[in-house]
Ligand binder design. Sequence first.
Ligand SMILES: Cc1cc2nc3c(=O)[nH]c(=O)nc-3n(C[C@H](O)[C@H](O)[C@H](O)COP(=O)(O)O)c2cc1C
Length: 239
Amino acid sequence: MNKKVIGIIIAVVVILVAIIGVIYLVNNDSLNKEGSNDTSKTLGTTITTTEENEEENTNANLSTEKSNKILIAYFSRPDENYNVGNVEVGNTEIMAGFIKDYFGDKADTFKIDPVKAYPTNYKECTEVATEELNSNARPEFKGNVDISNYDTIFIGYPIWWGDVPMIINTFLEKYDFSGKTIIPFNTHEGSGNAGTFNSIKNKMKSSNVNTNGLAIQGKTARQESSRSTVENWLKGLGL
Ligand SMILES: Cc1cc2nc3c(=O)[nH]c(=O)nc-3n(C[C@H](O)[C@H](O)[C@H](O)COP(=O)(O)O)c2cc1C
């Protein structure tokens, strides 16, 4: 009989211990879950507490990353040119280099390189440029660039006959620039931007064209002192 009572007591104790154990485990688990929620809240003050916000913020982060990525696309012709003689690197390319140096890894460059090279002789080049202008030509360029990777696109060119070289029109018409910010810059030998900042704005209606571009005389662009001119201009753009 005593043995029977002892057996019942042992059984009750075992059951009680088991119940307490289960309660402990369940509580501990829910504590852990709460803890991990707290962590995600702490880590994610900007991430979120709701799925909807999470999505919004993810998109915001993506678009921030995108807008940090800048493209510097430019056309520039080396060889014999007005006022500078025979040069290995064109004036606009030097200006593009100052912009690239300023942004470093935040910016990529794309040289708009004509499939059919322009004559190395200055006078011959002006004749080809005249023909292209009169025929409203769209000279092809080599290679390709994925514009969708960029939100801000600098476009550089020399003034040719008071306008952009026709190959710039080829470039602007080839890709979808809608919603993108376009910032023009150019070199010249007296015409300034020749109204091209406004004409690009009129042409690119679905883009945000910043008409506070920069025009530098070609010969001056070749001087190291132009680097600070370019840097001050870029600082003013607030990018
Ligand atoms: C075909 C041609 C036409 C040009 N027309 C003009 C012009 O209308 N106004 C001007 O100020 N400079 C004109 N220039 C001078 C260039 O704009 C200047 O030399 C520029 O810095 C060249 O840049 P690049 O070396 O990057 O090609 C012309 C040059 C060429 C080759």
